[in-house]
Each structure stands twice: as structure tokens, then as C-alpha cells.
Design a protein around this ligand. Structure first.
Ligand SMILES: [Zn+2]
Length: 121
């Protein structure tokens, strides 16, 4: 199965806050990709609060959250790094029961003719 992970970085200069919005799949196998992103966000502007928002993830593994939390905690030695807050949804989610490929099958482009059909007299 193809687990894809995307990160949207929102920087609020007034609130001194960096928001990392994670969408897609966060699994044990791919959560490490977030470590350098979080580390970079923490040092972007010193003393900024970094929020790692996992509430929008379509697929979130509990072990991935634990590994991410541990990695962030381990990075506390990072000089000038701001605090990190991890937002986790109330319930961990997995893919809906439909297989991944179902989306690509129904997502095809359909062409509909809007113009009236001309008929030869
Ligand atoms: Zn997935």
C-alpha cells in the first residue's frame, strides 16, 4: 500500500507560532520524514512554538505518534529550539474500508456533451 505523507507549514509571525499541518498517512515507516521538518521549524525563529497537527491525517498509527514524540523529545538539546506541541486526534484513524485504488477508479474524467445534438433533416 502506498502511504503518502504531506506537510503544510504555516508560520504566524504575529503569534510567534509555526503550525505543521500533516495530511495523508503517518506510519511507523514514514514518520521519520517529519523529524528534520520539525527540527527545522523549531530553529526557524528562536522561541517560536511549533505545533505538529496530526488531526488532519487520514491514516495515523499510534506507534508513529510515539516515535515522533520520542524523536522530538530527544531533540531538546537543539540550541535555541522552541517548544513543540503535538496535536493528536481523539481517535486514531486508519484507511476507510475501501481500498486505495477505488479512488483512482472513480476519479476519472468524464466528458459530457452539453450542446444539443444536431440532426440532419
Ligand atoms: Zn496509509
Amino acid at each position: 500500500m502506498d502511504h503518502k505523507l504531506s506537510v503544510l507549514v504555516q508560520v504566524d509571525l504575529q503569534a510567534q507560532d509555526v503550525h505543521l499541518v500533516i495530511v495523508g498517512c503517518v506510519t511507523e515507516a514514514n514518520q521519520h520524514a517529519l523529524h528534520p521538518v520539525v527540527a527545522r521549524a523549531r530553529t526557524l525563529i528562536s522561541s517560536m512554538t511549533v505545533t505538529v497537527d496530526l488531526t488532519g491525517a487520514a491514516h495515523l498509527e499510534a506507534v508513529a505518534v510515539e516515535l515522533l514524540r520520542a524523536a522530538i523529545h530527544h531533540d531538546h538539546a537543539l540550541s535555541g529550539a522552541g517548544p513543540v506541541e503535538i496535536l493528536v486526534p481523539a481517535a486514531l484513524s486508519d484507511h476507510p474500508p475501501v481500498p486505495h485504488h477505488a479512488n483512482t477508479l472513480t476519479g476519472g474524467t468524464r466528458t459530457r456533451t452539453g450542446s444539443p445534438v444536431l440532426r440532419a433533416a
